[in-house]
Design a protein around this ligand. Structure first.
Ligand SMILES: Cc1ncc(COP(=O)(O)O)c(C=O)c1O
Length: 482
C-alpha cells in the first residue's frame, strides 16, 4: 500500500553548509591509523550493494547492533564442524558424540568468557529475549507466592521490560545523569521487597554503558539480585560476572559475530534449578509419567527439545576470538570510529545526536552505537535514502525501546548507526557524506511509503536469485508500529 511520496529536493537545500570533505578531512586522517581497517575479518565485508541511480558500491554495514556479521574465524570453524553435525545427547554414533562434545564444551567456553563462577549454570536459549523470559519463570517463590518484585528502568529494550510485566514488578524513570539514576534505584530498593534488579549493560539506543558493578553492589545491599541484559555490552566490552558480582547475564550470538541465533543465560543455579522449565519436553526431564514428571536440574531443565548445536558452537567460538582481543586496540578502534562519527554529525546543521545521560561514570563510557535525527526528514526516509543512494545500512525506528524514545523526545523514531570489529572509518565517512549531501541538495530520488516503510519509487534494483524479493520491500521493521 502506497501512502505518501516525496521527491528529490523535497526539503530546501542548505546551500550554506560547508562540504563534508572540508570539515572531516583532519578528523579522518587523525583516526585512520587506528580505524582505517577492520580490526577482525568478518564475512561479507566486501559485498557490493546496488545503488538506485545505477552502479554498485561496497556495502557500508552500520547495523552491527541489530545483528553483527559472522567473524571469518567463526565461519571457518563452522565449515570444519558442519560435517560432524548430528543429534546432541541422543546418539551413540561418532558424529553424534562429537556434536554432543562440542555442545557441552560450548558451555565451559562461554562461562570462561564472562568470568562465570564454577557452579554457574550456562543455559543455551534462542536469544537474549528468550534468556530473560526464562529467568522470569524462575523468580523466587515463598509459600507458593512470588517473593519480591522485579525492578527495572524506563530505558530498557523491550526484551528487558516485557518479560517482567508478567510477574510482580516495579519500574522507575532513570534520571538524566548516571549518578542520579543510581540514587533513583537506591531509593526504590530502600522501599524493600525487590528480588531482582534488571538492567541493561549498554543502551541499544544510545550506546551508553551503565555501571553494572555499582548497580550489582546496590542490589545486593538491599537483598536483591541483578540480571544484566548484555545483548549490546558483550560484543563491545569484556565482562566478568565474578568480579562485578553479577548474578545473571544474558546475551545473543547474532550480535556477537556468530550466526544461527543462539542466546545464553549464565548465572546462579539455585533459582534456575527450582524455576519453571522453560521448554517442557524431551531432555528436560529425569522421568516422565503419563500424569506427571520429575524435572531435570541444570541447563537441561530449560533446554527441552533438540538443541541448536551450531548456534551454541559458533557463539562459543566467537567468544574465544573476542576474549583474545587486545583490549586497548579493540577499544581504540571503536572509539576512533565513534568520535569521528559523533563529531562529524554534530557539525552538520540540523542533525541532533541523542543521549540519555548528561554525565559519565568512572566505570562507564559508550559502545559503538550512535543515535541521531535529521531535521525535516522522517528517520525511515533517511534510512531508505542512505541505503538506496549511498549503500549504507543502518537502523531506523524506535529500536524496541518505546518508553525511552518517548523520554528522549523522539517518539516517532530516529536513526542508529552501530559498528564493531569489521568496521572501518570509511563506513562512518560514507554515512557523514550521505547526510551532508541530504542537507545540502536533498533527496536524489522519489521515495514512497509502502506497507509502512519508506522505499525508493520505481525500484529496479534486484536481489540475488536466491532471495526472491526486491530491495526495499523486504524491510518491515519490528517495533516501529504502535
Ligand atoms: C539491549 C538489548 N537487549 C535485548 C535485545 C534482544 O536481543 P534478541 O533479539 O537477540 O533477543 C536487544 C536486541 O536488539 C538489545 O539491543
Amino acid at each position: 500500500m502506497t501512502t505518501a511520496t516525496v521527491s528529490p529536493n523535497a526539503v530546501s537545500p542548505n546551500t550554506a553548509a560547508p562540504t563534508h570533505a572540508a570539515k572531516t578531512g583532519t578528523l579522518f586522517s587523525e583516526r585512520s591509523a587506528i580505524a582505517g581497517r577492520p580490526l577482525s575479518a568478518v564475512t561479507g565485508a566486501e559485498i557490493q550493494a546496488p545503488l538506485i541511480q545505477g552502479g554498485h558500491v561496497r556495502y557500508a554495514n552500520l547495523d552491527y547492533g541489530a545483528s553483527a556479521p559472522a567473524l571469518s574465524v567463526v565461519s571457518a570453524y563452522l565449515n570444519e564442524i558442519l560435517p560432524f553435525y548430528a543429534s546432541v545427547h541422543r546418539g551413540a554414533g561418532y558424529a553424534s558424540q562429537i556434536s554432543t562434545s562440542v555442545y557441552e564444551n560450548a558451555r565451559n567456553i562461554v562461562r570462561d568468557f564472562v568470568g562465570g563462577r564454577p557452579d554457574d549454570s550456562v543455559v543455551f536459549t534462542r536469544n537474549t529475549t528468550d534468556s530473560l523470559n526464562l529467568l522470569a519463570g524462575c523468580l523466587p517463590v515463598r509459600e507458593g507466592r512470588p517473593d519480591g518484585d522485579v525492578l527495572y528502568l524506563d530505558i530498557e529494550h523491550h526484551a528487558n521490560l516485557l518479560p517482567w510485566q508478567g510477574v510482580p514488578h516495579r519500574s522507575v524513570v532513570a534520571a538524566d545523569t548516571i549518578a542520579g539514576t543510581i540514587e533513583v534505584l537506591r531509593a526504590e530498593l530502600e522501599q524493600g521487597g525487590v528480588s531482582l534488579l534488571a538492567v541493561t549493560g549498554a543502551s541499544n539506543v544510545t550506546g551508553e554503558i551503565l555501571p553494572i558493578r555499582a548497580l550489582a553492589a546496590l542490589a545486593h545491599e538491599h537483598g536483591a539480585r541483578i540480571v544484566v541484559d548484555a545483548a549490546q555490552l558483550a560484543p563491545h566490552r569484556r565482562i566478568n560476572i565474578s568480579t562485578d558480582d553479577v548474578d545473571y547475564l544474558a546475551f545473543s550470538g547474532h550480535k556477537l559475530y556468530a550466526p544461527f541465533g543462539a542466546g545464553v543465560l549464565v548465572g546462579r543455579p539455585d533459582w534456575l534449578d527450582a524455576g519453571t522449565p522453560h521448554l517442557a519436553g524431551g531432555g528436560a526431564v529425569r522421568e516422565a509419567r503419563l500424569d506427571g514428571v520429575s524435572w531435570a536440574t541444570g541447563p537441561a531443565r530449560h533446554e527441552g527439545g533438540s538443541p541448536n548445536v551450531l548456534g551454541a558452537a559458533t557463539l562459543a567460538r566467537a567468544t574465544q576470538v573476542i576474549g583474545a582481543l587486545d583490549q586497548d586496540r579493540w577499544h581504540a578502534h571503536e572509539a576512533a570510529i565513534r568520535s569521528f562519527l559523533v563529531e562529524g554529525l554534530q557539525k552538520i546543521d540540523g542533525v541532533t545526536v541523542h543521549q540519555i545521560f548528561k554525565d559519565t561514570h568512572p566505570d562507564t563510557d559508550t559502545i559503538g552505537v550512535v543515535n541521531f535525527s535529521v531535521a525535516g526528514y522522517d528517520a525511515g526516509l533517511v534510512a531508505a535514502y542512505l541505503s538506496a543512494e549511498h549503500g549504507v545500512g543502518l537502523r531506523d525506528g524506535r529500536f524496541c525501546a518505546h518508553p525511552l524514545l518517548k523520554r528522549l523526545g523522539i517518539p516517532s523514531g530516529s536513526l542508529r548507526a552501530s559498528f564493531g570489529l569489521g568496521s572501518r572509518l570509511e563506513d562512518a565517512q560514507r554515512l557523514l557524506a550521505g547526510i551532508e549531501e541530504l542537507r545540502r541538495t536533498g533527496l536524489g530520488w522519489d521515495y514512497v511509503v509502502d506497507s509502512g516503510r519508506w522505499v525508493p519509487a520505481n525500484d529496479t534494483r534486484t536481489y540475488p536469485e536466491w532471495a526472491p524479493n526486491t530491495p526495499g520491500t523486504a524491510g518491515a521493521a519490528p517495533c516501529i508500529e504502535d
